[in-house]
Design a binder for this molecule. Structure first.
Ligand code: NAD
Ligand code: UDP
Length: 319
């Protein structure tokens, strides 16, 4: 297949490109580098299975030649307002990437009669009142809250994707991605893993927002990419959660990171810089992914950290 991927220079988009090229496909990458980096795809430049266009997906997209699949991953993705790359600080761009960007990418899929896959998020469940989150849960999202620009853009993107499926017969898929980590995450983007792993490798106490009892479940990137690729190859149209169902508190996660890095500086509790709207519990119910895609994650958090640490050490000049 010839596969168009927006956000190809980002953390997930670059790993997805690597995997699809390894599977024998041709990848056409689009990115405007607002939060991604040319470094993430430098190793693909010159590869005859990779083409790249610098482009903002919120503007009309022209792709020369036929494409067989279209994957929309372009969007700012970090909630931490201390980071210049966070969606808090790029609110209009974030809503445009989710709304206009999804519309444009769906247009490319429709014109090419291509499979379309939308990167949605666990954030569409907001601060969930149902736990673990199943795909039929409609969510608890604050429409005007600080996360709304991201959450509502993704919710709109899902609705628009299904509208194209129902009205135009676009062969669409929607993946709801839960917290994922691995090499090529931006060390400065303010998400939990980059913040905490960087602090640990520098021998600093790890900053825990709030009391650290809020939970997440962290998925290693190769597991996530495998689930997404299985969804791409399937005929499924309705949303599928992909994430690791092993739930832990942020305090437990920080302690695991300190053990993995031999950091003895412990943790420090700080006020949540983001808002009082931090989702308190998050864990995917992955029954649909197991049933439809025969998928479940294989890499536990200790192993995932060992695979991630060398990248962080190199970026910090410690390797
Ligand atoms: P990222 O910031 O590393 O990658 C996003 C990429 O999209 C960047 O390269 C950025 O430059 C590009 N981009 C943003 N707006 C653009 C635009 N208007 N035009 C062209 N390119 C644009 O983030 P990521 O973690 O790789 O996230 C990728 C996708 O997965 C996003 O849609 C995000 O919402 C979704 N997601 C990620 C996670 C996660 O844990 N990493 C969780 C849920 C959902
Ligand atoms: N977090 C933290 N310390 C940090 C960064 C994040 O305790 O330095 C917490 C944050 O409050 C949240 C969790 O880690 O509960 C995950 O945050 P992230 O920004 O990775 O994404 P989210 O899951 O909130 O979208």
């Amino acid at each position: 297949m010839r596969i168009l991927i927006s956000g190809a220079a980002g953390f997930l988009g670059s790993h997805l490109s690597d995997r699809l090229i390894a599977d024998g496909h041709i990848v056409v990458g689009l990115d405007n580098f607002v939060t991604g980096s040319p470094e993430n795809i430098a190793h693909l430049m010159g590869n005859n299975q990779f083409e790249f266009y610098r482009h903002d997906v919120s503007n009309y997209i022209f792709v020369p030649g036929k494409v067989d699949a279209v994957m929309h991953f372009a969007s700012p993705a970090s909630p931490n307002p201390q980071s210049p790359y966070a969606y808090f600080n790029l609110p209009i761009q974030t809503m445009k990437a989710g709304a206009l960007g999804t519309h444009n990418m769906l247009g490319v899929a429709k014109a090419n009669n291509a499979r379309f896959l939308l990167a949605s998020t666990s954030e569409i469940y907001g601060d969930p009142l149902v736990h673990p989150q199943t795909e039929d849960y409609a969510g608890n999202v604050d429409i005007t809250g600080p996360r709304a620009v991201y959450d509502e853009a993704k919710r709109f993107a899902e609705s628009l994707t299904l509208a194209y499926h129902r009205q135009h017969g676009v062969n669409s898929a929607i993946v709801r991605i839960f917290n994922t980590y691995g090499p090529r995450m931006d060390l400065e983007d303010g998400r939990a893993l980059p913040n905490l792993l960087k602090q640990a490798l520098l021998g600093q106490p790890l900053t825990i927002y709030g009391d650290g009892q809020q939970t997440r479940s962290f998925c290693y990137v190769s597991d996530l990419v495998d689930g997404i690729v299985r969804l791409l190859y399937s005929q499924e149209h309705m949303p599928v959660n992909i994430g690791n169902p092993v739930e832990m508190s942020l305090l437990e996660f920080a302690q695991i990171i300190n053990r993995a890095t031999g950091n003895s500086a412990g943790v420090t509790y700080v006020a949540d810089a983001r808002s009082s709207r931090d989702p308190q519990r998050r864990r995917p119910d992955i029954t649909r992914a197991q049933t439809i895609l025969d998928w479940q994650p294989k890499i536990n958090v200790e192993e995932g950290l060992q695979r991630t640490i060398p990248y962080f050490k190199q970026k910090l000049g410690l390797a």
